[in-house]
Design a protein around this ligand. Structure first.
Ligand code: AMP
Length: 217
């Protein structure tokens, strides 16, 4: 049976990093609603113009718009998806279940971490403009300052990764997304990950739950 993996966690909890690893090692397809929305903004589409202020203010885009974007991007016929940053509300979780998860086994992971650690991480996070690889000025420094190790692209600081916006995004997470954790927990589909652990250790834990063979040197 095809699987759908759902990564839930506040910004900076490591969802994107783990998604990229699973894509590389196990052929999952990564679907990040944040990436899709940023792409709409970069391409200056009408949707992008509409959501730009919402995202830089740290608020959530409405459920219908978000769900339409997801629906248009996915091809359920032959892929196992990792949903990164989606669903972020119980309404989105219901839509995912009722419209896109038929004949799928849903496995949800909650990346748990304390808020002050998250603020530290997000403020020093740098993202490659070219390939989306994630670095950090403190814990995952690129070999050459400001340059991506993977593709040589320029590393940038996301506009919504400022301390003020991050704290607002945390609040939004507590109010709107925390109930999604209860939703999956109630259905016996939730796995908790201690997101303070190393990326290798977290990858190993996720691999264990999903029954993947993750080999590290
Ligand atoms: P992310 O890259 O996942 O941290 O998302 C960046 C921003 O995009 C969020 O702070 C929201 O403004 C918006 N966003 C991403 N995913 C969703 C979603 N599932 N529902 C609503 N808004 C979203």
């Amino acid at each position: 049976m095809r699987r759908q993996v759902v990564f839930i966690g506040a910004p900076g909890s490591g969802k994107g990093t783990q998604s990229k690893r699973l894509v590389k090692t196990h052929g999952f397809v990564h679907l990040s609603t944040g990436d899709i929305l940023r792409d709409e903004i970069a391409r200056k589409t009408s949707l992008g113009e509409r959501v730009s202020a919402i995202i830089s203010g740290g608020q959530l885009v409405d459920d219908i718009t978000t769900f339409e974007l997801v629906k248009n991007r996915i091809n359920l016929a032959n892929n196992s998806y990792i949903f990164d940053g989606f669903p972020r509300t119980v309404n989105q979780a219901n839509l995912l279940d009722s419209e896109l998860s038929l004949d799928c086994k849903v496995v949800a992971f909650y990346f748990e971490i304390n808020i002050e650690e998250l603020v530290k991480r997000v403020v020093s996070r740098r993202i490659c403009e070219g390939c989306g690889s994630i670095f950090n000025l403190v814990s995952n420094v690129s070999r050459l300052d400001g340059t991506c190790d993977d593709c040589g692209g320029i590393l940038v600081h996301r506009k919504d990764d400022s301390e003020i916006t991050v704290r607002r995004r945390m609040e939004v997470f507590e109010n709107r997304t925390r109930p999604v954790i209860d939703y999956y927990n109630g259905r016996g589909q939730l796995n908790r990950i201690e997101a303070i652990k190393s990326a290798d250790e977290i990858e190993r834990q996720i691999g264990q739950v999903l029954g993947l063979n993750i080999v590290k040197n």
